[in-house]
Design a protein around this ligand. Sequence first.
Ligand SMILES: [Zn+2]
Length: 157
Amino acid sequence: MAFRIGLGFDSHEFQEGKPLYLGGIHIEHHAGFKGHSDGDLLLHAITDALLSAIGEPDMGELFPDQEARWKDAPSEIFLREALRRMKEKGYRIINLDCVLVMDSPKISPIKDVIIENLSNIMQISKSAISIKGKRREGFCLERGAVCYCVVLLSHEG
Ligand SMILES: [Zn+2]
């Protein structure tokens, strides 16, 4: 059985008053993420991890942010396209591991609902998904947040 690993990274700056989306879930918060789409950095990092694991161009190349049709787009569109390409190439997800670095909102109270949503979109069990929240602790992003994801895939053939 062939295995492939993919690493995804994303960062966004907070913007006061914009709705906050994390893992496809709308979270009540005073600020959301600046960006052309809905700014969902967790979905962006997962999408890039999948695309790189299967040797496809990254999100920036597939969905250029100069294109008007991606303005305020729900990021689930990007993830679903990456999943479609992954299946087409005969891969399936073994597990997904994500780290969100941000001081607020706190990740632990919203983790379960995000994992539930990801499990539905990605058609994998909740036990195959891990999301950890980390505080910045000196990491230099006062008005921003960062996400890292790794995904492990296996090939059916
Ligand atoms: Zn992004």
